[in-house]
Design a binder for this molecule. Structure first.
Ligand SMILES: Cc1cc2nc3c(=O)[nH]c(=O)nc-3n(C[C@H](O)[C@H](O)[C@H](O)COP(=O)(O)O)c2cc1C
Length: 351
């Protein structure tokens, strides 16, 4: 997806020591997290971000506790696509029924999640209108009941990811943060936009600062961080304990290591060249097919949007992108990407 992200005009300090983020007994080092993104943060992409370095925590996309309830614990139908090598890994759940959410939390904890994250940010009608996601921000009693039920159900740390509020007039993340802390939540992530904003406008990091001033649990800031300068400015302006990055990682799993490097040394690394990006896209495709739970065809359909954002076309052209968004098989994706991969041989083992 094409989304405008505003980059900061502020230069980061030459050297910034990033302290690890500690959530319950889990150490996240460096304190940079890959944001949950439906349709993107599957096992393949999570692994690429980890391998590229600098990413201390990965998160699954949101998973429906209600669907899990009706699937009666069947792993396959529930996107349980994580492996034992992914830790620390947050598994994100959504729903508004405390008992269903608690059951779902137990199930994913039993299947190796490091953290359970509760989605209180999704504003799309099919989630929020049923009271889940950001819908919980409009019903803080239910939100608290959900949090308490999950905290009681599992021994691993529980976190919440919230929007600032439903509307700008009602920044419920601020009072809710205190209630969540009292209910036993171990960290809170704030996507500093309201539900009403969707992805429009600019994130207002002031809400992150207000929450940070109010609670003792770690606060993770999120919204519009694209560069090391942005990350440094968010840490500085809000006092947050960690930074979560979403859209800037799409087609760019190097973003975390680049930010860590720049903050540690003051040196900005160049964006990887086209051959390197093509090799990453190829590895992404092969991993997605290998780890996908729905088979090659569905994996390739999902890959269309995921590969298009590696920006493999020369400026102004759209040829590669257009071919990638029409590809129907892994072989076709490979035939588009392999010629771009440069001189270094790319073997089956690379996938
Ligand atoms: C395609 C897409 C899918 C998303 N899916 C989820 C999701 O499943 N759960 C969630 O909490 N947030 C989701 N988000 C929101 C992101 O986690 C993040 O809060 C938002 O993109 C702002 O961060 P950014 O400016 O770094 O992208 C999604 C965002 C995008 C762009």
């Amino acid at each position: 997806m094409e989304t405008a992200i505003l980059s900061s005009p502020i230069t980061p300090p030459a050297v910034l020591n990033l302290a690890p983020l500690v959530i319950g007994d889990i150490v996240i080092d460096p304190p940079l997290a890959l944001a949950p993104m439906a349709g993107h943060t599957n096992a393949a992409f999570r692994r690429l971000c980890r391998e590229a370095g600098g990413c201390g925590l990965v998160c699954t996309e949101l998973i429906s506790s209600q669907a899990m309830h009706y699937a009666k614990g069947s792993r396959k139908s529930e996107r349980f696509d994580w492996g034992t090598d992914e830790h620390p890994l947050a598994v994100q759940l959504f729903g508004s029924d405390p008992a269903q959410m608690a059951d779902a939390a137990r199930l994913v904890a039993d299947h190796g999640a490091t953290l359970i994250d509760i989605n209180m940010g999704c504003w799309v009608p099919k989630v929020a209108k049923k009271g889940g996601g950001a819908g919980l921000l409009r019903d803080l009693c239910t939100a608290q009941a959900v949090v308490e039920a999950i905290v009681r159900a599992v021994a691993i740390p529980v976190t919440v990811k919230v929007r600032s509020g439903w509307t700008a007039d009602d920044l419920t993340a601020i009072p809710f943060a205190r209630a969540a802390e009292q209910a036993g939540v171990c960290a809170i992530t704030i996507h500093a936009r309201t539900a009403q904003q969707g992805f429009s406008g600019q994130a207002d990091w002031g809400v992150i600062r207000q929450v940070k001033e109010l609670v003792s649990i770690p606060v993770v800031g999120n919204g519009d961080v694209q560069t090391a300068a942005d990350a440094a400015r968010m840490l500085d302006e809000t006092g947050c304990d960690g930074v979560m990055i979403g859209r800037a990682a799409l087609g760019n799993p190097w973003v975390f290591s680049q930010i860590v490097h720049e903050l540690a040394t003051g040196e900005a690394l160049p964006r990887p060249g086209r051959a390197e990006r093509a090799r990453m896209a190829l590895r992404h495709a092969r991993l997605a097919v290998e780890t996908g739970w729905q088979g090659e065809h569905m994996a390739v359909l999902e890959l269309r949007g995921q590969l298009a954002v590696y920006r493999l076309d020369a400026t102004g052209e759209g040829t590669i992108r257009n071919r990638l968004v029409r590809a129907g098989s892994l072989a076709e994706v490979e035939s588009i990407l392999l010629p771009l991969c440069g001189d270094e041989p790319v073997t089956a083992g690379d996938g």
